[in-house]
Design a protein around this ligand. Structure first.
Ligand code: AMP
Ligand code: MG
Length: 491
């Protein structure tokens, strides 16, 4: 049996949409972490490899049978400005496998060296961003949020040159696909509608096969992708995730979270939360994410217009109509996510206001978002005066009166506080990848060669909803001097 049962449809069906690329040799590959559970899910049979053998494959030193290494072409709007040619400059697709559930998954190396799209870059990844992506993408998965996955993190044994010299790494990313809004833009910007159509057909077959049966398949494709984004951003909002660099090249049409560069999770509740060091205008701030998602979807819509109707005015009208449903869809998805966090099971008119009241109180006092919901969950059946939840707030009168309304709302739908508490335990994580913890793990790894904090953090975050009393310290928000307020891009 071959180790990787590759079946490379992008290479086979979309000639002209990618370029050949070969990983460049690295000196001394060392496996840092390998995701056995995911390897199983993918149906890989790696029994023939020892750790060094696996590290060689996962840096690109050894190309496994059946792989067809390539770099995908894509463009993208970066902070609102169009770059017609980006492409995989720091990533190489090894190929695709069909997983145990019949889903087609990409296996891609990030940081394997230069490709035809590298421009002035070295095609390499520093260890820090590799570790960040591992931690955050696996956490997203554990929290039930669609995201690309981490198969492995490997040290290359070579140095990379950034602001300072850093250890190099390679990250193995697994994705439903790497088709981005920017992939469509690349060909649309060149007026190559033949390529856009082939890409749209491929995307439809791979991600939204039901669209093919619609009266207007490409409009249905757009609507399906839009719905998936509304669901995704609603989940980000509910958990407090700030992507940080929602350029159109960093939005996967599959609806998975992709590219964990300057991303961060909010600690205290703040709708304006913004971490990325390069985002001066707050374009990608926490509460701006649904607006940006819709903006990005408008860019996708533009590429599909010629396919939707021979009459372009009619096509624009149709696609605009769908695009304009985004805010409403997002809000209804967000409320659904929030209802789970609040232990509610039926929608009610007053929910939006009830949720906002608590969020406003949390914002006013800069209360830790994750801790607050977790305490509300564990105190659900006894929240009164002096509960752990109430004690988070200085202004107790206000929060107690809010609790009263929440109790009444639970009663009104016939939900017992005790059972609400139980469902809330699985909707509100105890553990999130706190920025200061990620930063600590990266500093230890890059500066001291100590991978212990990374391994520990990854272990703790694999079970975000479990109490794990022995790891309670990982629940704690940063002390003021520990707070990380700026994050940097993943290069
Ligand atoms: P990102 O900011 O990671 O989404 O990357 C934006 C674009 O820059 C993509 O086309 C990447 O392939 C490219 N890029 C980023 N870092 C590097 C690098 N070190 N070498 C070559 N290309 C890179
Ligand atoms: Mg990117």
């Amino acid at each position: 049996m071959t180790a990787f049962p590759f079946d490379n449809s992008y290479a086979r069906d979309l000639e002209g949409l990618w370029l050949k690329a070969m990983p460049s040799r690295v000196s001394d590959p060392q496996l840092i972490r390998f995701n056995n559970e995911l390897a199983q899910e993918l149906g890989l049979d790696l029994s023939a490899y020892d750790d060094p053998g696996l590290a060689a494959v996962l840096t690109g030193n050894d190309i496994p049978d059946g792989a067809q290494p390539l770099a995908m072409a894509y463009a993208g709007h970066q902070f609102g400005h169009f770059s017609p040619q980006l492409g995989d400059g720091r990533a190489i697709l090894l190929g695709e496998v069909i997983d145990r559930q019949g889903r087609r998954r990409d296996i891609q190396l990030k940081g394997p060296g230069r490709t035809p799209f590298s421009r002035n870059g070295d095609g390499r990844a520093a260890l820090g961003p590799v570790l960040r992506e591992y931690i955050v993408s696996e956490f997203m998965h554990a929290a039930g949020i669609p995201a690309t996955r981490a198969l492995a993190a490997v040290l290359t044994g070579d140095e990379v040159y950034r602001e300072t010299v850093k250890p190099g790494g390679v990250f193995t990313r697994v994705a439903a696909s790497h088709i981005r809004v920017g992939t469509f833009q690349f060909f649309a910007a060149r007026g190559d509608m033949g390529a856009v159509k082939r890409l749209a057909d491929f995307t439809m077959a791979r991600h939204y096969p039901e669209a093919a049966n619609a009266t207007r398949p490409y409009l249905a494709l757009f609507e399906a992708a839009l719905e998936r984004q509304a669901q995704l951003i609603a989940k980000w909002t509910a958990i407090g995730f700030v992507h940080g660099v929602m350029n159109t090249d960093n939005m996967a049409v599959s609806g998975e979270t992709i590219d964990f560069g300057p991303c961060a999770f909010i600690d205290h509740y703040d709708p304006d939360a913004l971490f990325s060091s390069i985002d001066q205008n707050g374009r990608y701030a926490f509460s701006n994410q649904p607006l940006i998602a819709q903006w990005n979807l408008a860019r996708l819509a533009e590429t599909l217009v010629p396919l939707i109707d021979a009459n372009q005015d009619e096509a624009v009208r149709l696609v605009t109509e769908v695009l304009e449903t985004f805010p409403e869809r997002f809000e209804s998805r967000r409320l659904a996510e929030m209802r789970l966090k609040f232990g509610l099971s039926t929608p009610r008119e007053e929910d939006a206001a009830l949720f906002k009241q608590l969020l406003d109180l949390m914002q006013l006092e800069a209360i830790d978002y994750t801790v607050a919901f977790r305490r509300l969950a564990s105190d659900a059946d006894e929240v009164g005066q002096d509960s752990d939840f109430v004690n988070l707030f200085a202004d107790k009168a206000n929060v107690e009166s809010w609790l009263q309304s929440w109790r009444e709302r639970l009663l009104a739908e016939g939900t017992k506080a005790t059972s609400a508490g139980l469902t809330m335990q699985v909707a509100n994580p105890a553990y999130i990848p706190r920025n200061h913890r990620i930063e600590g793990a990266i500093r230890a790894a890059e500066d001291d060669g100590d991978l212990g904090p990374f391994q520990k953090l990854a272990d703790v975050l694999a079970r975000p909803y479990d109490d794990q009393p022995e790891n309670a310290a990982y629940q704690t928000p940063p002390r003021p001097e520990e707070r990380v307020t700026k994050t940097f891009c993943g290069t």
